[in-house]
Design a protein around this ligand. Sequence first.
Ligand code: G3H
Ligand code: 13P
Ligand code: ZN
Length: 308
Amino acid sequence: MGFITSKGLFEKALKEGYAVGAFNVNNMEIVQGITEAVKEKNAPLILQVSAGARKYAKHAYLVHLIQAAMEDTILDIVLHLDHGEDFEICKACIDGGFTSVMIDGSQHPLQENIRLTKQVVDYAHPKGVVVEAELGRLKGVEDNISVSEKEAILTDPDEAVELVKETGCDSLAIAIGTSHGAYKFSGEPKLYFDRLKEIEDKLPGFPLVLHGASSVLPELVRICNEHGGKLPGTRGVPEDAITKAAGMNVCKVNIDTDLRLAMTAMIREEFDKNPENFDPRKYLAPAREAIKNVVSHKLDILGCANKA
Ligand code: G3H
Ligand code: 13P
Ligand code: ZN
């Protein structure tokens, strides 16, 4: 039993108007919480590993944990590298069993992004591995910034066409106003759906990816803050905006922050309510359950329940 690629998943998602959840994993409880929810909801699944996760938990542990989850749940899983910053990390993941890698060349000028992405595609494709590229800046776009600042952040549709055509990449992460973390907007949340529409018109039927898509669920932030946390003024992407993007050509939606918040909220609450507890299983089990609940909810928002 091996990992699958996202090719068939994206084709079905595009045809049927939903998106696949791509969840970041860093340890066993996170892997278990996600996979239990996905199994219950009969959904497709991408598990993704960042460079930071590889450093924290080590490549072999993460691959084997996910393999164990696959055996336990009999799920098909895509194993994806999140935000590979250079050829070397992409090669290490391709050689080390991943079926999908992201080469994030978005900080480079277009031609260098194209060169780097093509180098990864040329290595990945003969091995049956798919490649996600990125163009644009993952940065909140506030109403008061100038047109030129806004243009420097959002994905340029013509450049997107050039990057896809020149590199042969399999999917493209775009910037339409989202950003990573728990502080996405200082004012009202705004996503540029007109830009998303322009990109999909120029790249018909091509899978697009939305990073920075956590909603920073207020209930989880409240629990954190009520139990000693300090997370003032958080703001995420409204859930109806995620559902709208999933109905367009966005077929992979990245979520990490909401998982971190779920886990932290439960551990804080448990420590606060039961200060005598020093058995990690007794605070990690509710944390794992919280991950499961938040993922289950996300699968409904993405429209991918019963789409496996
Ligand atoms: O895009 C970033 C993901 O949330 C991963 O974060 O690099 O801290 O593991 P990390
Ligand atoms: P969030 O920080 O919104 O969860 O985004 C995660 C992400 O984009 C991982 O690549
Ligand atoms: Zn990201």
